[in-house]
Design a protein around this ligand. Structure first.
Ligand code: DC
Length: 238
């Protein structure tokens, strides 16, 4: 059997992690794990249950019993709660801001980390987020850190929101992103940063395909010849 590796992609919102992660996972035949969706899920469910996040005992009891189901396919990463797919609901602006607030809580982080490690236990994973290469999978064989200029990231996020039929003025999108960046990068628990060994890619002027190609070139360089995924690292996704 082919060895199955762990590949991490970290970076701020709008840097291209999700698109690139999905394409890369499809090209390699790997599982795609979106850790941001799990922080969003905790924020969404906590709001639904009207949970007091400052109540450590209540938070702990909630997380211990919270067993969402996940699936990963060429369309991306999907989450179900009580038999219902909730993934699209997690992109809403209130959930987005709330997700970076729950992400400062160490108990929430340990819950997400545990889920990701469980799903990645057999390797063969492309996992993306803020602390995947630094904290969740420090042993990952290949690590990437994507970044891009704030205006470009905000424009990408604005387009995502248009697809969801949410219209927000560009200044509002940029402000929301900058606020989240600050919270994600300055928190005490697992702040956003590049792992020392990560390849940093500035995606400001690159399209997703170009970023994926750079990632594949790095994977070819780092993983031993003949031990990588069987596809000769060709793009299957066109
Ligand atoms: O990638 P995203 O926009 O879906 O992430 C939502 C929030 O979750 C983000 O503002 C910060 C948090 N997050 C985190 O703290 N650590 C991760 N590994 C992934 C996301």
């Amino acid at each position: 059997m082919q060895p199955r590796y762990i590949i991490t992609i970290d970076g701020p919102a709008g840097s291209g992690k999700s698109t690139v992660g999905r394409l890369l996972a499809a090209a390699l035949g790997y599982l795609y794990l979106d850790s941001g969706a799990l922080y969003r899920l905790v924020a969404w469910q906590a709001a639904r249950l009207d949970l007091d996040l400052a109540d450590a005992q209540a938070l702990n009891a909630f997380l211990e019993g919270f067993q969402p189901e996940m699936a990963s396919d060429s369309q991306g990463f999907h989450l179900w709660v009580e038999g219902r797919e909730v993934t699209p609901l997690l992109r809403e602006p209130q959930v987005t801001q709330a997700s970076s607030r729950v992400a400062v809580l160490p108990r929430v982080r340990s819950w997400v980390t545990e889920k990701l490690r469980h799903w990645a236990q057999n390797g063969g994973v492309v996992a993306e987020g803020r602390d995947l290469g630094t904290v969740v999978f420090p042993q990952a064989e290949v690590k990437f850190y994507l970044d891009a200029a704030l205006e470009v990231r905000a424009a990408r996020r604005g387009l995502d929101w248009q697809k969801e039929e949410v219209t927000l003025p560009p200044e509002k999108v940029a402000q929301e992103l900058a606020e989240r960046d600050r919270r994600d990068a300055t928190r005490a628990a697992s702040p956003l940063r590049a792992a020392a060994e990560a390849l940093v890619i500035d995606t400001t002027d690159l399209n997703p395909q170009e970023v994926v190609e750079r990632c594949l070139a790095r994977i070819r360089e780092v993983l031993p010849a003949g031990c990588g995924p069987d596809v000769e690292l060709e793009m299957k996704t066109g």
